[in-house]
Ligand binder design. Structure first.
Ligand code: GLC
Length: 740
């Protein structure tokens, strides 16, 4: 009897979805017919995601993966790339009874082959269009190489630079972070899933992973639901509104529940309140980690807790593969719960058009003609230039003039791989990356550029110091390139000391002692403490990890072909002891004056100024911008009204440049305490020397709203400070607003 049933169902399936255009939005009938003929084992298989990056032999930790794929017991694989390789694995899946295509996932975080600056660097461009384009190019390249799904954007708000993964996000502010999350989701998903150049995006890590205690990766998070909703969920909500196809839950426990088992996050908020129709994947092994969390006694319990909580796909823990079938057969987990998860995954496979053609992303010719296109490299160079922050420029040291002999000194000067930063896609050969040395050499010629490594980023080997000093002596000016290497930030790279590692500062002291002009390039994936360097250098450029076009972009900025415009999206502390420190903090009942150590029973430290080394929104330019002539449409706002703030920005310097103008508000009194400043708008404007532009910001009620103690999104009548400036600490124009 069953075979007849299968026959009709399969016929229906083939007839119904054979010619179906994958752009059609409603696949529920096809999914119903497929579910009706799937065995329980095949259903559970769809919820099983396996890594194929390394050992795929039968003795691998996850068993004989290729056999499981052939038997239709795997729904997705991660960490293989290339049209040819993915085709080969998809062919195995097509040997299964129902031929359900695999999803291929990969961490395409800031570029696939053309690598862009690390995400935190990109965020300092405040250029939403450029960030969307960066994600768009990553998607075009990755999709041409057989990838369906990127585990990006990482949208975790982070206020603690000890946490290595601050590198992967968009900084400390949820207003900016939400806009960047939206831009990156749109970039990855492009014209829509099903397009041959679109990737499924994945908002991660859900949720509040960036608030891990002590900045220690994978560690606990505990906060009020109000703070969670106000700050940490905001970018995830924005991603949902942008149509993000998938979410990845996080390793951390949050308010006592491991995120992978959080019904509140996955069912109440994401699938309930936000109406999310895609699917949730766990983070690597996080379902099994409920056991060390002390939340599940064993893999069976972990599988039950996760599936009930709405964690649809199990990345690499094997808990679903080993336990879920039994849980359903034992009546512990209703098959309907499994069906709902399978439905969500099948829905995305139909949407991608994989049932029409499982190999539609496996076109080797397209791959070869797509990767590293000149226009992609040009976009990466442009993004990198826009991501370099001018921290200091004493006596207009920069931009440099050519014709001088320059010594490039430091461990990152000739490195190619380090320029890619953490979470770049792995390639055996990175010779296409433009190193800092190459970029400078192209600009000033071999004869004008000397180089010495001096030391490593790690360890205490000082044997290269003498050569570095002697090389520097031969030059008119030194470019000292120091900081972290690419592996010092990213996952599992939390550091208790966020200073310049190794003996690089000792090297710097010897270079400074020569009394020549020194420009420092600060390579980092996080805010660093570098007070002594900043004090002695004539100029400092925060270059982060700029990607494939690193050397060219750095040369563009150093020699003034591009006037740096980037502004910090994370606060840089004076010492690690200040952490966590962020601009949108509460005032407290005993605020300290910003000008020095705390005293007279006020908050802060008695041994340190209260202000950070460099605040949120900080970044210098080769030119100067003046703000003037503020006009407001009203100092009162009634229900449904808006207020306009019009003012003039003038480039009063001698270089053309871009200014990121920022709008902050402060709600002076409310039913819950409010931050001393909240970013509520910004605009990036380009001005020629002497040029003026009128800028207009508009404030409406939404911009004054917050979550109250009852967790309602509200605005409350009262008085607000409205502040316009060049950074959170450089307010140029002020006004008062009364909300009636
Ligand atoms: C890692 C990371 C996550 C990544 C996943 C797949 O552990 O936490 O961000 O997407 O595993 O590589």
């Amino acid at each position: 009897m069953r075979s007849i049933y299968y026959f009709f169902a399969l016929t229906f399936l083939v007839l119904f979805h054979g010619p179906v255009n994958s752009q059609s939005k409603n696949y529920e009938k096809q999914i119903d017919s497929l579910l009706s003929i799937m065995t329980l084992e095949e259903k559970v298989g769809q919820l099983n995601q396996l890594p194929l990056s390394w050992d795929t032999g039968p003795s691998s930790p996850e068993g004989d993966k290729l056999k499981d794929i052939r038997e239709g017991l795997v729904g997705s694989v991660l960490n293989i790339k290339g049209a040819s390789k993915t085709r080969g694995i998809q062919e195995l899946a097509m040997q299964s009874r129902l031929k359900i295509p695999l999803l291929f996932g990969l961490d395409v975080i800031h570029g696939y082959k053309t690598t862009f600056p690390v995400p935190l660097a990109e965020s300092t461009s405040w250029d939403l269009e450029a960030m969307e384009n960066s994600a768009r190019i990553a998607a075009i390249e990755a999709a041409s190489a057989g990838i369906h799904w990127t585990f990006a954007p990482m949208v975790d708000i982070a206020r603690d630079p000890r946490w290595g993964r601050i590198m992967e996000g968009a900084g400390e502010d949820h207003y900016l972070g939400s806009l960047i999350a939206t831009a990156r989701v749109k970039g990855f998903q492009g014209k829509g899933l099903g397009s041959l150049d679109a990737l499924m995006a994945c908002a991660k890590h859900f949720a509040a992973y960036g608030a891990a205690v002590g900045g220690r990766d994978y560690n606990s998070v505990d906060m009020s639901e109000r703070m969670l909703r106000e700050v940490y969920l905001a970018p995830f909500k924005a991603a949902a509104e942008a149509g993000c196809a998938t979410y990845m839950n996080s390793f951390n426990d949050i308010n006592g529940i491991p995120a992978s088992a959080s019904k509140f996050l996955q069912r109440t908020v994401l699938k309930g309140e936000w109406g999310f129709q895609g699917f949730v994947v766990s983070d690597w092994g996080s379902i099994g980690e409920m056991i060390p969390h002390g939340y599940a006694a064993n893999a069976r319990e972990a599988a039950r807790l996760a599936i009930i909580a709405g964690s649809d796909m199990d990345m690499a823990s094997m808990c679903y593969r080993k336990e879920l079938t039994g849980l359903v057969k034992d009546g512990v987990v209703p098959v309907s719960v499994v069906d709902e998860a399978v439905r969500r995954i099948l829905r995305m496979k139909f949407t991608l058009g994989l049932f029409d053609d499982p190999y539609r992303f496996c076109n080797e010719g397209l791959e070869a003609s797509t990767l590293s296109k000149p226009e992609f490299r040009a976009a990466a160079r442009d993004m990198a230039r826009k991501s370099i922050v001018l921290i200091k420029n004493e006596a207009e040291t920069l931009p440099l003039k050519t014709g001088k002999k320059i010594a490039l000194i430091g461990p990152l000067g000739k490195s190619e791989t380090d320029m890619l930063g953490g979470w770049s896609v792995w390639w055996d050969d990175n010779s296409d990356v433009v190193s800092q040395f190459e970029g400078l050499e192209r600009r000033i010629g071999k004869e004008n550029l000397l180089y010495a490594k001096g030391c490593s980023t790690r360890g205490d080997d000082r044997s290269g110091f003498d050569e570095a000093v002697n090389t520097a002596k031969e030059a008119d000016l030194i470019i000292l390139t120091i900081g972290e290497d690419r592996d010092m930030s990213g996952e599992a790279q939390s550091r208790s000391d966020i200073g310049i590692p190794g003996v690089q500062e000792e090297l710097a002291e010897k270079i400074f002692a020569l009394g020549k002009p020194v420009v420092v390039l600060l390579n980092a994936g996080r805010p660093l403490v570098f007070n002594r360097i900043a004090e002695k250098a004539d100029a400092v450029l925060l270059t982060w990890f700029p990607g494939s076009e690193a050397g060219n972009a750095i040369a563009d900025v150093v020699f003034g072909d591009y006037n740096p415009s980037a502004k910090l999206t994370t606060t840089f502390p004076r010492t690690v002891g200040q952490v966590p420190i962020y601009y949108n903090h509460f005032n407290t009942g005993r605020p300290s004056p910003d000008d020095g150590p705390s005293r007279n029973f006020r908050t802060g430290y008695t041994d340190l100024e209260q202000t950070p080394a460099y605040p949120f929104g900080y970044g210098l330019s080769y030119t100067k911008f003046d703000y003037s002539d503020l006009k407001i449409s009203s100092d009162k706002m009634k229900e449904g009204e808006k207020v306009e703030y019009s003012f003039t920005v003038e480039n009063s310097g001698k270089y053309a440049g871009e200014e990121i103008v920022q709008l902050y508000i402060r709600d002076r009194f409310a039913s819950v305490v409010r931050p001393v400043k909240e970013l509520r708008d910004f605009v990036k404007i380009k001005l020629e020397p002497g040029e003026k532009k009128t800028v207009i910001f508009v404030i409406d009620k939404e911009k004054l709203s917050f979550y109250n103690d009852e967790l309602d999104r509200v605005t409350e009548p009262g008085f607000f400070d409205v502040m316009i400036g060049a950074s959170s600490a450089d307010i140029r124009l002020k006004a008062e607003l009364e909300l009636k």
